[in-house]
Write a protein of this length. Structure first.
Length: 461
């Protein structure tokens, strides 16, 4: 039985961009495309795959995007097969032209899951600093949420956050169950749902565009009472999401071992054999940023898709002059007995070889052997975010564990921090990252540790 509803073709993506420009009035308009690049997009509609159709329609839409509309692009399911955290803001607002975004879309290769709820949660952050403008999301999906989230609820909360935002949805060749969820997202987000079933619906889409374009633009909103301006968000000084298949020239590899690091599928993977210490003097494949840290205060954050194997791994991130002088935020897997490994946050300072610092356990893993502990961690933790914050002469290490959606012992996802460390003179002016570790006497082995770095960014206030 065919479900009644609004019928438009996949070209509804172009429709929505035109509608948004017609209703923009005098305010700036921001349009965030959220594109489904999950594995199901390899399915065919007619003689063409869904992803090829979406690429073609998006290319045409971006090419005809009216002046005054600022586009951005978010993609999910494009890097990992079974990663519910595989959501990436590929092109933030004002960071790429429509032509550049179209080229990014052309290079997508679907492979993963459909984390719609997570994508919408992160989409809210993309509009920070644009609260008073005309904001819209165009979500393009060929299926239902597959990571256990509630995207309809997320859309409702997002539309209630005080952002002038509409969430529009294109359901591309979807079944009744997926259609119901996508319609709910559009309704909760105060937008419109478009059901794209075949290219034969193109005429209906064009008629819809013409009708909307002829309507008078709404009057500008009445001025609001004077209020305190919202605080400005942080400014992005540097970001690397490790796209492509080579390491960016922004990085220098110290003590390199090329067989044990690789850039692939949007992450930098580093392998460290057991007993390889994560110290500036003894580490292998240490990364140093080839640009100075910004002057004044800053925050550096690394997102780690961490799969512990030795349960003695250490990841250091911070400033270092040499082996005797450095200041770090650290993630440490510390096996404390036969049945428990702590995932610790540490802040550490080295001054002329003398060590000081603070430590806090953020999470712990249980299991009688390496395999069971690895399975426990993988089922409950999606990623680890490690952060070092500089304010004046104080440096604070912070960490949070992003919860997976399928686990039963999920971390709470809150930031943890330890006491600040003081440095009258910065121990170096370049960011370094070091990975290594060693097995515990409780679980001796001759294995290796693996860390996958998904993103590194530096922000200023």
């Amino acid at each position: 039985m065919r479900v009644p509803g609004r019928r438009v073709s996949a070209a509804a993506i172009v429709v929505m961009a035109t509608i948004l420009s017609a209703t923009a009035a005098m305010a700036a308009t921001n349009l965030l495309y959220i594109l489904d690049a999950s594995n199901s997009m390899w399915g065919r509609v007619g003689s063409e795959t869904k992803i090829d159709t979406a690429k073609s329609v998006l290319r045409d839409s971006l090419a005809s995007l009216p002046k005054g509309v600022t586009p951005a692009l978010m993609v999910y399911g494009h890097r990992q097969k079974n990663d519910c955290g595989d959501v990436q803001l590929v092109a933030p607002f004002a960071r790429a032209s429509a032509e550049q975004i179209a080229r990014l879309v052309e290079n997508l290769s679907p492979r993963g899951k459909t984390p719609i709820a997570t994508a919408l949660e992160r989409a809210g952050q993309a509009f920070e600093g644009r609260l008073e403008e005309n904001n819209a999301i165009l979500l393009i999906s060929d299926g239902i949420e597959t990571c256990g989230g509630n995207p309809c609820d997320v859309a409702r909360k997002l539309s209630q956050r005080g952002i002038d935002l509409r969430i529009n949805v294109v359901g591309f060749d979807v079944d009744a169950k997926a259609r119901a969820q996508l319609q709910c997202i559009a309704k909760a987000g105060k937008g419109q749902y478009f059901d794209a079933r075949s290219a034969n619906d193109f005429k209906v889409a064009v008629a819809t565009v013409q009708k909307q374009a002829q309507q008078a633009a709404p009057p500008p909103p009445q001025p609001k009472p004077a209020a305190k301006a919202p605080p400005k968000g942080p400014s992005l000084y540097f970001i690397d999401e490790f796209d492509g298949d080579t390491l960016s020239p922004d990085w220098q590899v110290l003590n390199p071992d090329p067989d044990n690091y690789r850039v692939e599928d949007g992450v930098l993977t580093i392998v460290a054999r057991d007993g390889l210490k994560a110290t500036f003097g003894q580490g292998v494949n240490m990364l140093r940023l080839n640009r100075p840290m910004p002057k004044g205060d800053w925050t550096v954050t690394a997102r780690l898709i961490f799969a512990p194997q030795t349960f003695g791994e250490t990841f250091r991130m911070g400033l270092a002059k040499d082996a005797d002088n450095g200041l770090y935020a650290m993630m440490v897997a510390d096996t404390v007995n036969y049945n428990r490994t702590n995932i610790d946050l540490r802040g550490e300072k080295l001054s002329k070889g003398k060590r000081s610092g603070f430590s806090k356990t953020a999470y712990y893993v249980t299991g009688r052997n390496l395999w069971s502990r690895g399975a426990f961690f993988g089922a409950n933790v999606a990623a680890v975010d490690l952060r070092l914050v500089k304010k004046g002469r104080k440096y604070t290490a912070m960490m949070r564990l992003e919860p997976a959606r399928s686990g039963k012992a999920l971390p709470d996802g809150k930031w943890r921090e330890v006491q600040s460390l003081s440095a009258l003179r910065a121990p170096g002016n370049a960011l370094v990252m070091i990975f290594g570790g060693a097995s515990s006497s409780y679980l001796p082995h001759e294995g290796e540790g693996v860390v996958r770095i998904d993103q590194v960014k530096i922000e200023t206030p």
